[in-house]
Design a binder for this molecule. Sequence first.
Ligand SMILES: [Zn+2]
Length: 277
Amino acid sequence: MINEISPNIINVQFSGNKSISENDYILYYNEEGLLWKVIENEFSIPQKTDFEAFPGNAEAVFLFTFNNIPCFLLRDKPKTKGENFVFKDITFFRAMPDKELAWLSLLGYQFKYWYQSNRYCGKCAAATLHKTDERAIVCPSCNTVKYPLIAPAIIVAVICNHKILLIRGMESRVGWHTLIAGYVDFGETLEQAVKREVAEEVGLEVKNIRYYKSQPWPLSGSMMIGFVAEADENEPIKIDEKEVSEAVWFHRGELPPFSPSLSIAGEMIEKFERGEL
Ligand SMILES: [Zn+2]
């Protein structure tokens, strides 16, 4: 999975009043994506030294360290030195040969989205401030504090004997088959969410739900929580036509193209294929 790099490489422990040094990494995202430095087709994250002096009012936010080097998010575009810089859409991570940088670009995007979405207080609409002692945003007017918000979502491999139920979503652009997934609703346990999502999307009842593992997924700001569950392949499938275009039981060894193992879905399907799930 794309997030499975050595835990020491990216350290998200918050460190408030860090000032930027010349070698620190600078993440700048705009509508086109993330700004990369490219030299002879080698992509890297620009460092402060790659820019002219930052504008006086530039807002630089400490995000995390990458191999012990601080990474800062910049809100306003700084002027680069030279021409070796290019914006790449956030989905570029799929093509990045360097898994660590791919994960860094995704994780930075999640921070950027969260900071951007909380520039104003949701309660009283005043401009917010960044807390300096922890990763949080505070409203100077009504004192509301906002912590990073992560949306839990379940993802479930529904199996029966040597078969796995794979679906294709209505909005799937690539046409891969994948697993049933959905956000956990207010008041639900994870197990209840698994049962509800399977019932809603394919009309089946599941049992013997067991936890697999989890994967943070920055693109949707969610935490994918993986489960395996059993259903009866002889029961009729009734798909939710708003969300699912196809749901089919596939026998091990006869699987169609499925999501790559960057994601927990791909990893679970691969493990099923190898008889390990
Ligand atoms: Zn407020």
